[in-house]
Design a protein around this ligand. Structure first.
Ligand SMILES: *Cc1c(COP(=O)(O)O)cnc(C)c1O
Length: 386
């Protein structure tokens, strides 16, 4: 029996969603089934064999139910990484000759995948401005639209309701990378997105100790993605899946703390003379604040700042901080800080970077679950030294 969590709040869903009651042999924690393959009942079809790559083992079925409960979708699929989720989802939707609309500010890996490989698959890609619905146009061969709920590193929030509506009106499959917002702050399926994707490496797992991804959505879409995943092979290992399920149980607590600390830190930094600009959708000064406030129940744990003293001040700030690690990932319990021009976006030309607002003085912060006052004290000390 699976526990009913339909009317529960996200904290309760995180703990009890997808759980088996009672668990195998009465286990309160669903165990790791570290078995590649399972005995075959007569008449089993290929995609229904229990085999890790086929995403059909007990550990995987449990994790899928938990992920679907959190995003409020019919079904979910875990993948070996966030990029496996994105590439698998796109391959499950697009055929040669299809046209894809994508947001113009994308995670670097997604951007590079599309610019370097889409043409090989015969996909025609058009970058759109997710803030300006009046500029979006579908063609007869347009099949899908892909955006991010909060786009890195300026934390831009597109007109997401309009994206889902545009997709519905034009018969497109709508996909959204919800890594930064998390289902705690935003559940895109509720406003009509067909496929909700995650780098579970980040907030969903939350402990910076695995790489994983998730595809959630309506059953027919996820089933097609599962068949694609079975063929492409980017399936999640049961041990990483166990750690992900464990991390999911504290998702709401972690993200709640991260929302609160990031808001406080953003306001603190906005008032400091050493900081020229703070990019956080929770601030009234953010260009997307109004529609972000309408879409989200929290603004997340990610922010970025530009330093009044330029690149040298940005480097000095990172060096002077004691709590955050200088590392480019995000979403874990420990705060991380990075200069995107030197890490996540280092592969782009300076010109392309600056067109996206990724200047050399920009610093991105992933706020962890340390005490807010300790983080602010660390920034106070570090800013006084740059
Ligand atoms: C990290 C990230 C990805 C890629 O995830 P991996 O788990 O590293 O493959 C995709 N989208 C966003 C928004 C990310 O932050």
């Amino acid at each position: 029996m699976e526990v009913a969590v339909g009317e529960s709040r996200i904290e309760t869903v995180a703990v009890h969603g997808g759980e088996r009651r009672p668990g195998p042999d009465g286990a309160v924690v669903f165990p790791i089934y570290q078995s590649t393959v399972y005995s075959v009942p007569p008449g089993t079809a290929y995609h229904d064999l229990s085999y890790i790559r086929l995403n059909s083992t007990p550990s995987q079925a449990y994790l899928h139910d938990k992920l679907a409960a959190l995003e409020g979708t019919e079904a979910a699929l875990a993948t070996a990484s966030g990029m496996a989720a994105i590439t698998t989802a796109l391959h499950s939707v697009l055929r040669t000759g299809d046209h894809l609309l994508v947001g113009n500010c994308l995670y670097g890996g997604t951007h590079d995948f599309l610019t370097e490989h889409a043409a090989d698959f015969g996909w025609d890609v058009t970058f759109i401005d997710p803030q300006r619905p009046e500029t979006w146009a579908a063609r007869p061969n347009t099949r899908a639209i892909l955006v991010e709920s909060i786009a890195n590193p300026l934390m831009r929030v597109g007109k997401l309701r309009e994206v889902a509506e545009f997709a519905r009106r034009n018969g497109l499959v709508s996909l959204i990378d919800n890594t930064f917002a998390t289902p705690v702050n935003f559940r895109p399926a509720e406003i009509g997105f067909d496929l909700v994707l995650h780098s579970a490496t980040k907030y969903l797992n939350g402990h910076s100790d695995i790489v994983a991804g998730a595809i959630t959505g309506r059953a027919e879409h996820v089933e097609r993605a599962r068949t694609t995943a079975n063929h492409f092979g980017g399936s999640l290992d049961p041990h990483a899946g166990f750690l992900l399920a464990r991390g999911l149980k504290t998702l709401a607590l972690r993200v709640g703390a991260q929302n609160a600390s990031a808001s406080a830190l953003a306001e603190f930094l906005a008032a400091r003379p050493e900081i020229r600009e703070v990019n956080y959708p929770g601030l009234a000064s953010h260009p997307d604040h109004a529609h972000a406030a309408e879409l989200f129940s929290g603004f997340g744990g990610m922010l970025s700042v530009r330093l009044a003293g330029g690149e040298a001040a940005a480097r000095a700030l990172i060096d002077a901080l004691e709590i955050p690690y200088d590392a480019p990932s995000l979403g874990g319990v420990e705060s991380l800080i990075t200069r995107p021009a030197a890490t996540s976006h280092a592969g782009m030309s300076r010109e392309a970077r600056e067109a996206l607002g990724i200047t050399d003085d920009l610093v991105r912060i992933s706020v962890g679950i340390e005490h807010t006052e300790d983080l602010i004290a660390d920034f106070t000390r570090a800013l006084s030294r740059i």
